[in-house]
Design a binder for this molecule. Sequence first.
Ligand SMILES: O=C(O)CCC(=O)C(=O)O
Ligand SMILES: [Fe+2]
Length: 370
Amino acid sequence: MVHRVQGQMVQELAAADIGAPPRRYVLKEEDRPTAGGGVRGQPEMAAIPTIDVGRLGEPGDVEEAAKLWAALQSWGLFTVTGHGMPEAFMDEILDATREFFHLPPEEKEKYSNVVDGDKFQPEGYGIDRVDTDEQILDWCDRLYLQVQPEEERQLQFWPDHPPAFRGLMEEYAVRSEQVFKRVLAAMARTLGLKEEFFVNKVGERIAAYARFTYYPPCPRPELVYGLKPHTDNSVITVLLLDKHVGGLQLLKDGHRWVDLPVLTHHELLVVVGDEMEIMSNGVFNAPVHRVVTTDKERMSVVMFYQPEPHKDLAPSEELVGDERPALYKKVKAKTFGDGFWDAFAAGERTIDFLKVKVERQETAAVSSAG
Ligand SMILES: O=C(O)CCC(=O)C(=O)O
Ligand SMILES: [Fe+2]
């Protein structure tokens, strides 16, 4: 893949008071958030289920587990309470994120994701990868860091400012992983499997990546995406969202965009990712989602949990049978993870881009005709 010169930081563009977003950001009419009419397409507000993760795995959690199952089947995501994180701590993380993005450009560029002149690499600060001149760019800047396993941290990309940033992220990595593990155990149990089932599949040295996204105020929100439609490159994703400004939308039933509510009570959001879709043989599906912008700045801190890179990703045998043949081919976790960046730049799902879905011949039709 040829890496083009990476574009400008969106935050600087927005600060230049340009009136309208440059051509590189403007969506084709049919892709705009307003397609379907009205402000932001006037999507409906999703009634997202809330799961108390503190209750999952405790005696008598039957009701909570049933809610989890229903949430996964109808939405592929849910909000989370009972995560044990103090409110002040969650606020501090979002405050530190805001402080980082509000640093002068030259301070942030110390952590640039462009190295050797024009070579993009995922970790660090910048915009997402630009592969072609035709690619329509998202209205956001981001900082991307591997946080687990600890030995894999590339601390040269971890901001020194604000000074609290590193300590907060170290603690958040631990606490967020607890949520991840609890949810993973509960998901296995909803399938009648042992609670270690998925944890064993992904390995003990789970990879966690943090994405801090900054969506600058946009002068014409109806023309751009904050973040284009995608599914997550994760087993599951744990999100800490801006508690003042919304923008996250979900594609429901394959055709209508619904707004996710602003989470004002220190809830987290958990989203099923592509790797879980494959491992569960499509019993759990990764929801397509996107972010639309407004005239206000917005932030999110998102943790992607991925299997150890050498692990195979494949439909679990326990979830494959005559009634439900394997829907996905086996692929190395690392191949899938690397493929995500190509797919994302191209605006495609990794599962489609890497052709991981099993193409079934029309055997039923043939045999019934024969
Ligand atoms: O900013 C958000 O609300 C969601 C971001 C997201 O979907 C992602 O980082 O994968
Ligand atoms: Fe996402």
